[in-house]
Write a protein that binds this ligand. Sequence first.
Ligand SMILES: O=P(O)(O)O[C@@H]1[C@@H](OP(=O)(O)O)[C@H](OP(=O)(O)O)[C@H](O)[C@H](OP(=O)(O)O)[C@H]1OP(=O)(O)O
Ligand SMILES: Nc1ncnc2c1ncn2[C@@H]1O[C@H](COP(=O)(O)OP(=O)(O)O)[C@@H](O)[C@H]1O
Length: 328
Amino acid sequence: MASDLRPPEHQVAGHRASADKLGPLVDGEGLFYKPLQAGERGEHEAAFYAAFTAHPAVPPRVRGAFFPRFHGTRLLPAPASPGGAPYPHIVLDDLLAGLQSPCVADVKIGACTWPPRSPDPYVAKCLAKDRETTSALLGFRVSGVRVVDARDGDVWRPDRSELKGMDAAGVHRVLRRYVSTCGGSGDGLDCALAAAVYGGEGGVLAQLRELKAWFEVQTLYHFYSASILFGYDANAAAAAAASSSSAPGGVRVKLVDFAHVDDGEGVIDHNFLGGLCSLIKFIGDIVAEVTEKASNIVYLQMSHIKRHQMERKSQVFERGNFTELPVT
Ligand SMILES: O=P(O)(O)O[C@@H]1[C@@H](OP(=O)(O)O)[C@H](OP(=O)(O)O)[C@H](O)[C@H](OP(=O)(O)O)[C@H]1OP(=O)(O)O
Ligand SMILES: Nc1ncnc2c1ncn2[C@@H]1O[C@H](COP(=O)(O)OP(=O)(O)O)[C@@H](O)[C@H]1O
């Protein structure tokens, strides 16, 4: 294990490490360490990972493509732990490892973020947050986002309160901004990376649809309050967009945060599935928007060429010269 443990630079939501608070750490060699949450939550999350990793009914493709690999739990030195004692951490793959300029979004899925049988005060707290944010309305909320502009390295990272106050239009805008190379307001968003990041074979939309196919049938778990973490590399995406190639490779769509996962009891996770469908619709609309724009441009270019040819033809006719025109 590398000794150089540090808080992840690109964490966009959740509890953060500080001098007096426990929070996740990364080792820079591909591992992410999440301290066990207080009470039974931490044990619950670790138990979920252990069971999920070994569950024979979970398709290996789903496990490998959409979940961080679980490497067990480990005691780590933790000055911020109670009494400064070593503290247990869940060891996972660092989902952003290998990305030079990571653009990250954490989208908490589900209109309802508390599991059944939660204590009333916790239900009241979550319900208030679900209503105040877009969770209740859209079935998901954007909990955190970080976008790097490949041109100048500028980072856009709205604070929690800004994200919490966002309405549906704000969500649409933030999902467009996640794939834009410029900031600004109004039409300042160019969605220049949408085709490369959201579209194409390995893009976000295709991955979300594959994930949805599993959620349409799986009845093992109910993923309350879990998030989908998106990640891509700003430079790779900009290069892919410049060469008009789709998905730059390494576009990541992963589930995280399993502190509130419940037994599925043979019933599909309609809460997660509904939110996922809603998210797919938002992203699908952005892909459709840019595809339409691109085909309009091609159409305009084609009709410009056609008009040019027609004009030349009529000039030739006017001059009484009927020899075949060269193609221009
Ligand atoms: O403690 P809070 O009020 O900031 O709420 C946490 C949430 O922050 P938010 O207010 O939505 O930005 C926090 O949300 P994010 O991960 O930041 O989206 C978690 O939902 C956290 O619950 P847990 O880690 O899953 O047990 C939430 O903790 P609990 O409400 O479950 O204690
Ligand atoms: N395996 C991981 N690899 C990289 N980053 C992660 C990983 N898991 C979580 N994160 C980062 O940490 C944040 C919080 O994670 P989460 O599990 O939701 O913590 P919490 O329980 O404190 O809400 C995520 O938004 C993401 O930025």
